[in-house]
Design a protein around this ligand. Sequence first.
Ligand SMILES: *Cc1c(COP(=O)(O)O)cnc(C)c1O
Length: 423
Amino acid sequence: MPVVGTFPTLRSEIAGVKVVDLAQQFGTPTYVYDAASIVERINDLKQFDVIRFAQKACSNIAILNLCRQNGVVVDAVSGGEIHRAQKAGYKPGNVEHPEIVYTADVFDRDTLDLVVKLKIPVNCGSPDMIDQLGEKAPGSSITLRINPGFGHGHSQKTNTGGEQSKHGIWHEQLDDCVARAAKAQIKITGIHMHIGSGTDLHHLSQVCGSMEKVVEKIGASVDTISAGGGLPIPYNTKQSYVDLDQYFQLWDASRKRLEAKLGHKITLEIEPGRYLVAESGYLVSEVRTVKKMGNNTFYLLDAGFNNLARPILYGSYHPMSLAPVSGATNLPEQDVVVGGPLCESGDIFTQEEGGFVCTRKLPQAKVGDYLVLERAGAYGFVMASNYNSKPLAAEVLIQNGKPHLIRARQTFEDITRGEVIPS
Ligand SMILES: *Cc1c(COP(=O)(O)O)cnc(C)c1O
């Protein structure tokens, strides 16, 4: 299990490259990813038969390609993500351990056509999807995403099980799904449960029990079970990793009991998003003003919630560090509020759930210093927007000490592309 480590508030480099050099070469704000960190996290999970990256966490095709080169397959939750996976070299098709699986609670019409055309296996999150697929592609095989009736998440918005969640097929509707599948000559070959981000081992044993019941009910057609995602990573010293050995043991024991009952081999998949990429990502920004509001000191950056939305969406905590242009290695700290450039008062990185502004102890900054928002690789860039007509940031991947531009910063022309003034 990885160690939580420390969270220094001064930083001079990322993966061996000076922050100042990165900022000067690529501009700010820029997302920087450390390839070695992603590979390390992949290797943590090698006990599982299949590691399926939930690409929605960080879907740049260079990141997907890195995953592919390290034996990881992908999950796609939209037609756009299927397109990305193909661009990164993944092959569509319904084979053993498929490289691309489509998981969702609905098909939009275009994506239904796309999965049928490319024969991409579907992990159905609603009974209607079975009928819709059956109409266009009778005889296919599917997996079912089951909502076991309870969930777990680090916030209400990331809880993906229980009655309040829109995700998956309600566990009591299984018979109905089996009937629908039979009618469309669709084979149910796998069961999937993903109950939310921040899984702990107590919840997990409940999930495993629920999984076994569901698989026994479906019977011999099942050859794959998926543990879903939700593996936590620590964003501060109070948080921790889950014990991966115990996590695997619980699932492996369920798998073995099911193999004994069904009399054939069952593939055990895991489907992490955050775990593989969160720690690899750094949002490098520049401090553009240091100003006082009564007793509060504000550092305002050139990055805002248009670049990193987790604090405003969930009150999420991201570690931060200052990379002073002076190269200073010792600076006095002060309590500061850190915010972005957007014309919206909620554009604050130091906020708690509910939008309450708080402060962070950070080294004294000067305008022109760089501020790094850390552990921003998961649900960072992928949630970025053009709000306030801000161009999307650049993305850079550091591999073997060398930074590579993997996404060019948007231009103003990119921002108005497709807009038309009627004549
Ligand atoms: C989002 C998602 C995941 C990954 O969740 P993490 O908490 O990032 O690990 C896995 N599976 C499905 C179906 C998802 O929607």
